[in-house]
Design a protein around this ligand. Structure first.
Ligand SMILES: Cc1cc2nc3c(=O)[nH]c(=O)nc-3n(C[C@H](O)[C@H](O)[C@H](O)COP(=O)(O)OP(=O)(O)OC[C@H]3O[C@@H](n4cnc5c(N)ncnc54)[C@H](O)[C@@H]3O)c2cc1C
Ligand SMILES: *[C@@H]1O[C@H](CO)[C@@H](O)[C@H](O)[C@H]1NC(C)=O
Ligand SMILES: *[C@@H]1O[C@H](CO)[C@@H](O)[C@H](O)[C@H]1NC(C)=O
Ligand SMILES: *[C@@H]1O[C@H](CO)[C@@H](O)[C@H](O)[C@H]1NC(C)=O
Ligand SMILES: *[C@@H]1O[C@H](CO)[C@@H](O)[C@H](O)[C@H]1NC(C)=O
Ligand SMILES: *[C@@H]1O[C@H](CO)[C@@H](O)[C@H](O)[C@H]1NC(C)=O
Ligand SMILES: *[C@@H]1O[C@H](CO)[C@@H](O)[C@H](O)[C@H]1NC(C)=O
Ligand SMILES: *[C@@H]1O[C@H](CO)[C@@H](O)[C@H](O)[C@H]1NC(C)=O
Ligand SMILES: *[C@@H]1O[C@H](CO)[C@@H](O)[C@H](O)[C@H]1NC(C)=O
Ligand SMILES: *[C@@H]1O[C@H](CO)[C@@H](O)[C@H](O)[C@H]1NC(C)=O
Ligand SMILES: *[C@@H]1O[C@H](CO)[C@@H](O)[C@H](O)[C@H]1NC(C)=O
Ligand SMILES: *[C@@H]1O[C@H](CO)[C@@H](O)[C@H](O)[C@H]1NC(C)=O
Ligand SMILES: *[C@@H]1O[C@H](CO)[C@@H](O)[C@H](O)[C@H]1NC(C)=O
Length: 576
């Protein structure tokens, strides 16, 4: 394969150019003597467009319990609202990522319930940062962090499941207000021949999916993007950095397959264009090689697609016996290859007691959609019992009209925002689906809480050259992503949290045993993967590391489970 050879040569030549080392010093934490002085911050202030921000936990206004310092009702009302959370520099979608657990077992956090008996503390929220409104703001912030050897954290919406947009005593670049969106009918990537042009949407780093979808729709186009009930996931941050999956991926590819150009501030403070013609290695890494690792992205340009009519096929069912659950589960896995081939995509949830299924058929009539999925819907009805099953097919003129009409697709496992959540995932191959549907059902139904299954691969994802993007090449053999979750209550002790993490580790082992060596989606992954390099990046790891070392030789951009992160201690502060 041409691509593979090309990148092998690339990796070799880059490795010979760079030593691949990080500095020998620990990064400087907030509060330490090395922390920049007020006058140094004043100097930074003079270079940026906004006042320096001091992010705080949103729950802080609920303290002290006897006399709240602000409108606690407002926080209680909105803490499950992804857009409200993303509007606050110090807020995280899953609030466990605000918490810091110190080695002595103290949990430092700020709980919504101020009468639980804990103080409100900063935890993992970076205490100071820049509210970026321009590339120049980001350049100044990057140079400042590099000069003073600070631990730099890039935060967009705070959706991250690995806590990569948080960091104790770190310095934050907040990208949320970079909201520009431009649609161009004849976009030519910088340096490309004029014959190569796209109907493309260029979005600033802070744009969220609800905004990107609306802008594409206004121009009569569709852009491949993520789904959350409120459209609050970032469209140009972590999502694309990890590869970006969509209900439309089997039809139009992953985010990594749709991005055609980035603008990026690199570790030396330069603002550069990365595409197939300029900084092409960086362009390769930015598409799925892991968020927050290569630079600060200031904008992404995506190809757009024709708007097509869609049909949503849905099922909800209650199972009255384990045999019924297994029978439905087996059939469910068995039919998926056929649906992926027909470019269907969507989301589902299954456990011993219930089944939730919403799949979208792009660009076919209701009658044709029913030919593909109708028999499965009938099977569930017959097996689970008519009185325990609800099925339906909803046609809509476009995906946008569908999400607009239903306000969100069926949710997989309750509210996805506002709790204490860690997750772990596996991308299972078509081969497993084809040959071992019964074993899949047995294994995945063994999780008491059940599993969510994102049908976001196969089809075009599998037809794309595995070496065309930095994304884990394992994605190309996959048919779907399965993930499990663990949860705990606010106020849980370090030991209780550890017990949940141990449950998650057990789930990882069970998922791994079903298909040894299967990859995991880094954006919906766990900090406890025993072999994160292979599991998240596969055979692309070494090439990604060479690119990182070229663009960030001193390790300014370091995130948990990221490429090169194993050179740092668990706190990502000191070199190992
Ligand atoms: C409710 C919910 C729904 C989701 N739905 C989907 C889905 O449909 N499809 C899917 O693929 N994933 C989905 N995810 C996972 C999602 O892709 C990740 O959480 C992702 O990290 C979010 O990126 P963000 O920029 O919005 O969040 P943040 O937490 O702010 O950032 C995540 C990571 O990206 C880095 N980053 C952010 N902006 C930049 C930038 N400009 N330059 C460099 N690095 C940057 C941060 O440093 C951090 O490492 C979902 C997650 C949640 C919680
Ligand atoms: C507090 O927040 C609630 C909910 O957002 C709002 O209805 C109320 O008006 C706010 N109260 C004050 C005093 O601002
Ligand atoms: C635990 O460590 C933290 C610092 O991480 C410190 O503030 C706290 O006092 C310690 N608690 C105990 C009980 O030692
Ligand atoms: C807050 O915590 C206290 C003490 O545990 C408990 O009595 C109370 O019910 C909690 N309030 C809410 C709203 O959960
Ligand atoms: C956003 O667009 C405005 C108007 O075109 C422009 O002045 C500004 O520089 C843009 N900002 C960024 C960060 O690109
Ligand atoms: C669209 O892209 C073309 C080619 O890159 C460029 O010449 C033109 O100015 C762009 N138009 C807009 C509106 O940005
Ligand atoms: C793009 O690459 C070309 C050729 O390498 C170079 O001349 C040009 O300056 C680059 N442009 C940018 C914006 O980096
Ligand atoms: C949708 O189907 C129509 C007619 O079958 C076809 O012409 C068109 O190319 C299809 N569009 C896409 C994006 O698949
Ligand atoms: C789908 O096909 C089945 C037969 O397989 C039929 O009973 C059902 O009415 C059809 N549903 C729709 C929405 O066309
Ligand atoms: C389903 O419910 C209806 C109405 O309650 C009842 O008449 C029927 O017997 C039930 N069917 C089965 C298979 O239990
Ligand atoms: C499944 O059970 C739940 C809880 O009892 C009920 O609310 C729901 O309507 C049932 N769904 C179906 C399709 O029977
Ligand atoms: C989305 O919903 C809004 C408000 O309900 C409506 O005005 C708009 O036309 C809808 N858009 C589409 C594409 O259906
Ligand atoms: C399924 O198993 C059969 C027999 O073990 C094998 O021949 C076939 O290649 C397998 N299918 C796939 C897709 O690997």
């Amino acid at each position: 394969m041409l691509g593979a050879t090309h990148y092998t040569l690339l990796a070799t030549s880059l490795l010979s150019l760079t030593s691949g080392s990080v500095g020998s010093d620990c990064k400087c934490p907030y509060g330490d003597a090395c922390w920049p002085s007020d006058s140094e911050f004043e100097h930074l202030s003079s270079q940026i467009s906004q006042p320096i921000i001091r992010p705080t936990p949103p729950q802080a206004v609920c303290y002290p319990a006897s006399n709240p310092s602000g409108n606690c009702t407002d926080v209680q009302t909105n803490i499950f609202n992804g857009n409200w959370v993303s509007d606050r520099a110090g807020a995280y979608q899953n609030i466990n990522f605000q918490a810091y657990i110190s080695p002595n077992g103290t949990v430092s956090s700020c709980y919504l319930n101020a009468t639980l008996g804990f103080p409100c503390e900063q935890g993992n929220i970076p205490p100071i940062g820049v509210d970026a409104r321009s590339a120049a703001d980001i350049q100044a912030a990057v140079r400042f962090a590099a000069k003073h050897n600070l631990r730099l954290v890039v935060k967009n919406t705070g959706h991250d499941y690995l806590g990569r947009s948080a960091g104790k005593n770190a310095f934050m670049i907040w990208t949320h207000h970079l909201k520009n969106i431009t649609y161009n009918e004849t976009f030519i990537p910088e340096g490309a021949p004029t014959t190569e042009n796209y109907r493309a949407l260029t979005i600033g780093a802070g744009v969220q999916w609800r905004e990107a979808y609306a802008a594409a729709e206004q121009n009569g186009r569709y852009v491949v993007g993520g789904i959350s009930g409120d459209g609050s996931v970032g469209a140009a941050g972590g999502w694309i950095g990890g590869g970006g999956h969509s209900a439309f991926s089997a039809k139009f590819g992953l985010g990594a397959d749709n991005a055609i150009q980035f603008t990026v501030v690199t570790a030396n403070g330069d603002h550069v264009i990365a595409n197939a013609y300029n900084n092409s290695h960086l362009f390769w890494a930015l598409r799925g090689g892991g968020a927050g690792t290569y630079g600060v992205v200031t904008s992404v340009t995506y190809k757009t697609h024709d708007i097509v009519p869609v049909t949503l096929a849905f099922v909800t069912a209650n199972f009255t016996s384990p045999d019924i659950a297994k029978s439905v589960g087996t059939e469910f896995f068995k039919i998926q290859p056929k649906l992926a081939d027909a470019h269907w995509g969507g989301y589902s949830f299954i456990n011993q007691n219930s089944f939730l299924y919403g799949m979208i058929a792009p660009n076919v009539s209701l009658a044709d959609a029913n030919i593909t999925a109708g028999p499965f819907l009938e099977f569930v009805k017959k097996t689970a019992g008519e009185n325990n099953t609800m099925t339906g097919m909803i046609p809509a003129p476009s995906f946008y009209a569908l999400i607009n009409a239903t306000s969100s697709l069926p949710t997989t496992s309750g509210s996805q925002v506002g709790g204490n959540v860690e997750i772990a995932s596996r991308l299972y191959t078509r081969k497993l689906y084809e040959n071992q549907s019964e074993k899949m059902a047995e294994t995945l139904l063994s999780f008491p809480e059940g599993v969510a299954i994102n049908h976001v691969a196969g089809g075009v994802v599998s037809q794309t050259d595995p070496d065309s993007a930095g994304l884990n090449p394992g994605w190309r053999d996959a048919l779907a992503e399965v993930y499990t979750t663990v949860n705990w209550e606010d106020g849980a002790t370090a030991a209780q949290i550890q017990a949940q993490r141990d449950v998650l580790k057990g789930q990882i082992a069970t998922m791994e045993a079903l298909e040894p060596g299967a990859p995991s989606y880094v954006n919906e992954g766990s900090l406890y993967e025993p072999n994160f390099k292979h599991t998240y990046f596969g055979s692309h790891y070494d090439r990604l590391l060479a690119i990182k070392d070229k663009y960030d030789p001193r390790g300014l951009f370091v995130v948990a489970s990221g490429v090169g992160s194993d050179r740092w201690d668990a706190e990502l502060v000191c070199p190992t």
